[in-house]
Write a protein that binds this ligand. Sequence first.
Ligand SMILES: Cc1cc2nc3c(=O)[nH]c(=O)nc-3n(C[C@H](O)[C@H](O)[C@H](O)COP(=O)(O)O)c2cc1C
Length: 405
Amino acid sequence: MNLTIEEIQELQNKMDNKLPLEAMKKLFSMLPEGFSPQLILPMLSDAAKGISENASVEEIVKTVSGKMRKASAPPENPAADSKRIVRDYFDTLLVEMRLMDSVEPSTEAEFFGCKFSSPIMNAALSHLGTFHPDWDGPMEKYAEAALKANVLHWVGMIENDQFEQIMKIGAKTVRIVKPYKDEDKIISQLEQAGELGAVAVGMDIDHTFTKTGNIDVVIGEEMAVKSSWQLLEYSKIAKLPFVIKGVLSVHDAVKCAEIGASAIVVSHHGGRIPYAAAPVQVLPDIIREVGSLMTIIVDCGIESGYDAYKAMALGADGVSVGTHLIPVIQNGTADDVADRISEMTAELKGMMAYTGVKDCSSFDPSVIHRRYETSYRNYYSRIFVESSGCSLSIILTLLPPLHSE
Ligand SMILES: Cc1cc2nc3c(=O)[nH]c(=O)nc-3n(C[C@H](O)[C@H](O)[C@H](O)COP(=O)(O)O)c2cc1C
């Protein structure tokens, strides 16, 4: 990354843990073009912690670049990859058929007093321009897609002026405010959501810490830990249904219920920690404890209406989809995004029809069966195929048969 001395000096001034200019120059020259230095800065600051004042430029560069590499690399052990864990878990869930006396199902769903065509909704995303920089108003088009597919639309981290533009599209929207350190910013975003007619607001409590346990800085904005009473205060200020996003335990779900949250999103935000339990795995326990008290939405790794079905069968009131839509957002139009959401709804409807589920209030967890070792079977067969060039069919025949619970 080519930066002028003045630009590097400006970045240096913004750092909590200042590094010598010479070391900064070398570190930035090692980074590829195309990254925003502002985005890299918090990571750099973090990596610069604890560096000795007497360290040479070479020692600083070696230590800091090593720490940054480690912080940004995915877990080396694929078994720790929380996204993979979600996929594997979904794939262990199988569905029985119930066709006697079945009817054509309805996928209509209601959230926060509004009716939608589907319990599938688009997840709280932000910074969509990063994926499609020359796309005119990607966040607006994401909202347009939700409006066209008649699903609930969620918005993540966003400034008030951009949120105002998005709300002009007319999609029924939930605004998820970040746990900013700046309380005034939180309050102004909550209040604006109400003024502009959002159907609910909330906070993603799973974006407070970095993976190394420090308070996170997201696009230059410092986050803060929020206590239960603070969340309660926010819900009162908002005067709208309040959603807590990033709940992955009965422990937290019960606390959300105690402060009167209207809904929770059972989620780990696409892998905030390694070895995270799949949201859909924790879901049945959460439903048992608080399912009758709040709306329960699930996200992470939903890639089809079949995944949506499994989450709904296990007790979710709705599911949201983010990453799966991103390639469509990158390469397509708002219509294409809406079409994919509608296709997923059709997949969900198909599975509802075949399992005797007539509407979104009639799901039954007893249709779900579990099989084990699917992932290992796929994982090892892939490794064997890649390393030995053997035919996949031969390896699958050699592997032990699958068994169900
Ligand atoms: C590009 C991108 C931006 C996101 N921004 C936010 C955000 O600002 N606020 C939030 O609560 N979640 C945000 N998320 C997390 C998603 O809402 C969701 O919890 C997560 O991606 C898991 O769902 P998925 O596997 O369907 O993507 C973001 C996800 C992505 C991929």
